[in-house]
Design a protein around this ligand. Sequence first.
Ligand code: ETK
Ligand code: ZN
Length: 248
Amino acid sequence: GVFFPPGEGMLGAPWDSRYPDCGGAMQSPININTAETVFSPQLRPIQLAGYSLSSKEMLKLKNNGHTVVLELPELLAIAGGYAQQYKAVQLHLHWGSPSGPGSEHTVDNHRFPAEIHVVHYNTKYDNFKEAMVHPDGLAVLGAFLQVGPRENPYYQQILEHLYKIEGEGKVFVPGFNIAGLLPANLNLYFQYNGSLTTPACYQTVKWTVFNQTVQLSQDQVGDDDSPLQNNFRGVQKLHGRHVLASFQ
Ligand SMILES: NS(=O)(=O)c1c(F)c(F)c(SCCc2ccc(C(=O)O)cc2)c(F)c1NC1CCCCCCC1
Ligand SMILES: [Zn+2]
């Protein structure tokens, strides 16, 4: 299923008529205007723990009608860069179509071909359903995907199974080093308080958007017959929020 026009639900009605938070003042995604980011030296490098999974671990890959979701074991955790501990829930992708790019965040109004989101929840709550309604409940690591000369073997571990879940299906893929889906340099990032970019748009996400991009081959970024296209929400107003940067 294709996503509906940004900010609109499947019935053509704006999301916030059914989900009030979708009309809130701390919504995501946003355009990151690099001239207005605030350098914050206290932002430490993001550290990942437990991301390198054995191929004995089987991970569920499913097409939920909006995106492709890889469910992640709670073994994966953010071990640095956030004040509290967060454990992984799932990762998913946002992409465009042959007619245009599909990242959710933009940088200086530049939209990238695609964007990966690795969703984590704060372990002071019992599970992500409980966590996602609390302001410090979720942490999402976002990275932009760009077209490069070489195939990305880590993304290939997911993309090679997509044809099996064309409809709304699921398949199990062997574990691999999930960190390979993110940029090599986790020190350079933007951070701000925002929301889920899909209903119910809970304003409970501390977003980290990496400055370095991930390279995939042209074939990997998507061809015109991929079933899911343009599943990104339009950028939202900052309403006075500041975007922090871990670098100058
Ligand atoms: N960018 S994002 O993180 O807001 C996001 C999106 F933009 C998304 F578009 C999605 S997929 C659309 C929502 C959805 C639909 C079906 C199912 C299911 O059948 O399991 C689940 C979710 C999507 F799954 C997510 N991430 C989910 C948000 C819903 C639940 C909270 C925790 C998991 C992260
Ligand atoms: Zn997302």
